[in-house]
Design a protein around this ligand. Structure first.
Ligand code: NI
Ligand code: MN
Length: 224
C-alpha cells in the first residue's frame, strides 16, 4: 500500500487493489494541504473525531466521489443528515469492510462541530486501527498520552503509527515518544504539527529519536 501525506492529520492510503482511503480530509483552510478537493478520489473517508480540522471537507469529498464516511456514530449521523453515505461505529468496535477491517479505539480528547453557530456534540474522539493487506495501521487522531495505548499492539504488532506531536491540543513530542515506547511500531510518522502557530514543532528532531521514525511531508508517498 501507499501512504500519502496531505498536511495536518490528512493521510491518503492507496491499497494495491485500487481502494482509496482518506483519513481526516482537512483541505480547505489547511495551509499545509498540497492538493485541492478535485485531486482526491476516495472510496472511503475515515474520520477520527468531529473537530473541524478533522471533519474538514468530508461532505464535499464524499458527495463528489460517492464515498462512504466511516466515523463515530454522531459524526456518521450528521453526515447522513447532509445526504452522504456513512457507516457509524463506536469505541471498541471493529467492522470488516471489503478492503479490510476498521476498529475505533479510544483517544483522550474532545469532539464537537459548529453547526449554524452552535457547537454540537459529535460523540467521543477516537483513534482508528486499519488492518488491510496484512498491515496494521494506527491513526491516533488527536489525543493525549495514555498507557492503554499498549493494548493496541497486543495481538499483532503495529506496522505504521501516525501520532500527533503538535502539543497544545494533543500530545507534544515528549509524550509522543512515550507513546512510541508503548506502541512499538515499525514506522512512526508524526502528524498534527506546523498547521497553526500554537502547534509549531520540528518533526526532524522527533523522528531522529525514534527507530523507524519518518517525516511524511505534504505530497510525499511511502510504500509499506
Ligand atoms: Ni481535535
Ligand atoms: Mn485537531
Amino acid at each position: 500500500m501507499e501512504l500519502i501525506g496531505h498536511g495536518h492529520s490528512c493521510i491518503e492510503i492507496r491499497l494495491n487493489d485500487g481502494t482509496n482511503l482518506l483519513f481526516d480530509p482537512f483541505i480547505n483552510g489547511n495551509p499545509l494541504a498540497d492538493v485541492s478537493l478535485a485531486d482526491l478520489h476516495p472510496d472511503y473517508i475515515l474520520i477520527t473525531h468531529g473537530h473541524s480540522d478533522h471533519i474538514g471537507d468530508m461532505l464535499a469529498i464524499a458527495q463528489a466521489n460517492k464515498a462512504t464516511i466511516i466515523a463515530i456514530a454522531e459524526v456518521a449521523t450528521y453526515a447522513q443528515s447532509q445526504g452522504v453515505k456513512a457507516h457509524g461505529m463506536n469505541l471498541g468496535g471493529r467492522c470488516v469492510f471489503p478492503f479490510g477491517s476498521v476498529k475505533f479505539v479510544p483517544a483522550l480528547h474532545s469532539s464537537g462541530y459548529e453547526i449554524d453557530g452552535v457547537m454540537t456534540y459529535m460523540g467521543e474522539a477516537s483513534g482508528i486501527i486499519l488492518e488491510a493487506e496484512d498491515k496494521k495501521i494506527y491513526h491516533a487522531g488527536d489525543t493525549a498520552l495514555f498507557s492503554d495505548m499498549r493494548l493496541f499492539a497486543k495481538d499483532q504488532s503495529i506496522d505504521v503509527a501516525f501520532l500527533p506531536i503538535g502539543d497544545n491540543y494533543t500530545m507534544g513530542p515528549e509524550d509522543a515518544l512515550q507513546a512510541v515506547s508503548y506502541l512499538n511500531p515499525k514506522i512512526t510518522i508524526p502528524i498534527h504539527y506546523n498547521t497553526f502557530p500554537v502547534i509549531q514543532q520540528n518533526p526532524a528532531i522527533f523522528v531522529e529519536q525514534v527507530v523507524g521514525g519518518k517525516v511524511l511531508n505534504p505530497g510525499e508517498t511511502i510504500l509499506v
